[in-house]
Design a protein around this ligand. Structure first.
Ligand SMILES: Nc1nc2c(ncn2[C@@H]2O[C@H](COP(=O)(O)OP(=O)(O)OP(=O)(O)O)[C@@H](O)[C@H]2O)c(=O)[nH]1
Ligand SMILES: [Mg+2]
Length: 590
């Protein structure tokens, strides 16, 4: 029987997980014959590629020295932390990647804590040692301290550390001793990660993750815990409510390289993908027909944030999108729930409106962006954190926030965060930056990044991770600028934009079509103000002293989707179409 190692790669966002997995595949010469290859093969959907982040965890597998190594790449962004927690159930060990300059970050702590709790054996990879001014030895020390603080057991504390540069394709036991391959890491995996045990007995496999194929539908992924699974055979599916249901395994696959290989039988210890099982949920166990035994359930992450999704009923509805009705919206959202595990959709008393619950702004924005690319038009409301009553105490999501910032800006950051009920826990120098750690309610984070960047001339590096639900920290008032709202429909003229230029900043361009109620800019003052931007003296009539060209107007302030989501106020909607993002007053002039 072939020896197997199952490892998950975990780290804070951007510390280099996917890059390393790609190198592992390379090293195993899987891609020998391929002529064309792109970097980050694994981040394979459009959004992942554009943003350079992993959204869904992925399985790959390589064979090294006759040993099968199943590798699970995980997302590092905090909004997808629940995904990591779940897939750790398939692993016997983890590669904890830490950036040799940044050191442990909030998400490092979160994912490492989960891995240690599950008793997994860690190998630490201090990555990016090619970075200037990095401090690999110090980072190693910090990781040790972190393990200690997280109650690692003795065996875990004897973790092996490998240093290197995933980007440059090398790993070594000593960072000063550069190699030209990642073999030291593969050797460490074989040596330090326990072999996946084969357990005799009746079959048990827990579904920990899922994939989707337009041909075969939902694919169940998980590790066979005991016995063997066989293609074409009947099994019992053990559900959350204790009920069981007969199912048949239509096709069975194991992971091989970047893809899957069809097989007739999978042994316990290995990870597999199954098609043909209907009506399964994450956490269900596929078990023996005669004597089904369920494995302990996996909890799926509870949402921390909600947003209202509704049809587009702005004056411009239907101009740019293909799918615009409430039926379209409803079907799409409910379809999303089949594969987006941390997402929940609730109907409301209006058939046009849905409450969508997720794990954060990024989690929800990925869905919105995907929908607009598919041709949907919709409107969303301001994101709201979920307030719970826990044992009679009003509770809200609390996060760890880390800001690294040049020293001269540190006090501005502390002020802004304190205003939003954030408590400063740690302040220490890191290179030539100040490293600040806070605990802050999630609602205080909405729109904060933008403010921090403005206050620090773009120099603040901001990271946050959901921590827990804790007692409500009380209201805070934030100084918010009012909106400049268009009081007329038509084309925005250069003349009026120029003339009203001292009122604030604008979000629209000259000649852009705007409608009544559209938020066209930010007021310098705190109240909202209706303005008319469609008044038109002809452009050619406008002259500025000293120049003969038309007018000198500052370019519009453009927002990304996430920036819009964090910017809109309670009485505003964000209108999303395949081509445009517009903010508008929900009830302007009504
Ligand atoms: N300098 C340097 N950059 C690296 C190294 N490894 C990865 N990077 C870069 O770091 C960035 C993030 O790399 P990814 O592999 O996408 O990081 P990740 O951990 O998978 O990120 P998420 O999936 O979003 O959590 C990319 O721009 C990589 O090119 C390295 O060893 N040195
Ligand atoms: Mg990645």
């Amino acid at each position: 029987m072939q020896s197997i190692r199952n490892i998950a790669i975990i780290a804070h966002v951007d510390h280099g997980k996917t890059t390393l997995v790609d190198k592992i595949i390379d090293q195993a010469k899987i891609l020998d014959e391929r002529k064309v290859r792109t970097d980050l093969l694994l981040d394979n959907n459009d959004l992942e590629r554009e943003r350079g982040i992993t959204i869904l965890s992925k399985n790959v597998s390589v064979t090294y020295k006759g040993v099968k190594i199943n590798v699970i790449d995980t997302p590092g962004h905090a909004d997808f932390g629940g995904e990591v927690e779940r897939v750790l159930k398939m692993a016997d060990g983890v590669l904890l990647l830490v950036d040799a300059f940044e050191g442990p970050m909030p998400q490092t702590r979160f994912v490492l804590g989960k891995a240690l709790e599950l008793g997994l054996m860690p190998i630490v990879v201090v990555n990016k040692v090619d970075k200037e001014n990095c401090t690999p030895d110090l980072v190693h020390e910090k990781v040790f301290d972190l393990m200690f603080a997280l109650d690692a057991n003795e065996e875990q504390l004897e973790f092996d550390t490998i240093y290197g540069s995933a980007k440059n394709g090398w790993m070594s036991t000593d960072w000063k001793n550069e190699t030209d391959n990642i073999i030291p890491l593969l050797d460490s995996i074989i040596k330090n990660i326990p072999e996946a045990p084969y357990r005799e007995g009746s079959p048990q496999m827990q579904i920990t993750s899922l994939d989707f194929s337009s041909f075969t539908g939902r694919i169940a992924i998980g590790r066979v815990f005991r016995g063997d699974l066989e293609e074409g055979k009947d099994y019992m599916l053990c559900k959350a409510d204790g009920s069981t249901k007969k199912v048949r395994i239509k096709e069975l696959h194991t992971f091989e390289g970047l893809g899957k290989a069809k097989t007739s039988k999978v042994r316990s210890g290995d990870i597999c993908a199954i098609t043909g099982i209907e009506g399964f949920e994450i956490g269900d166990t596929i078990a023996d027909m005669e004597s089904p035994e369920a494995l302990p359930r996996i909890e799926v992450d509870q949402p921390t944030m909600s947003m209202l999704f509704t049809i587009n009923n702005s004056p411009f509805f239907g101009k740019e999108g293909k799918f615009v009705t409430s039926r379209h919206l409803r079907d799409r959202l409910f379809k999303e729930m089949e594969k987006n595990l941390a997402l929940r959709v609730d109907e409301t008393d209006s058939e046009d409106k849905f409450n969508v619950f997720g794990r954060g702004v990024l989690h929800l924005s990925v869905l919105i962006e995907t929908m607009r690319r598919e041709g949907y038009e919709l409107q969303v409301g301001r994101p709201q954190v979920i307030i719970k009553n826990i044992d009679g105490v009003k509770s809200e999501p609390i996060e760890s926030l880390v800001v690294d910032v040049p020293e001269e800006s540190a006090s501005k950051v502390i002020n802004l965060v304190s205003l939003r009920k954030g408590d400063l826990l740690v302040m220490e120098p890191k290179g030539d930056l100040q490293h600040l750690e806070f605990e802050i309610p999630s609602r205080g984070l909405i729109g904060l990044r933008n403010k921090l960047l403005t206050a620090t001339s773009g120099e603040a590096i901001v990271n946050h991770t959901f921590n827990k639900f804790g007692p409500y920290k009380g209201d805070f008032s934030d100084v918010i600028n009012g909106a400049l709202v268009s009081a007329e429909a038509g084309k925005a003229t250069a003349y009026s934009i120029d003339k009203l230029g001292d009122r604030g900043i604008f979000f629209i361009d000259i000649n852009e079509e705007i409608y009544k109620g559209q938020v066209v800019g930010e007021n310098n003052r705190q109240e909202d103000m209706g303005i008319n931007l469609t008044k038109g003296k002809k452009l050619t009539n406008v002259r500025k002293s000293g120049t003969d060209t038309a007018v000198n107007i500052a370019p519009k302030k453009a927002f990304s989707l996430e920036e819009c989501m964090e910017y809109i106020k309670a009485d505003e909607y964000l209108e999303v179409t395949p081509l445009s993002l517009r903010m508008r007053k929900i009830n302007f002039g009504k």
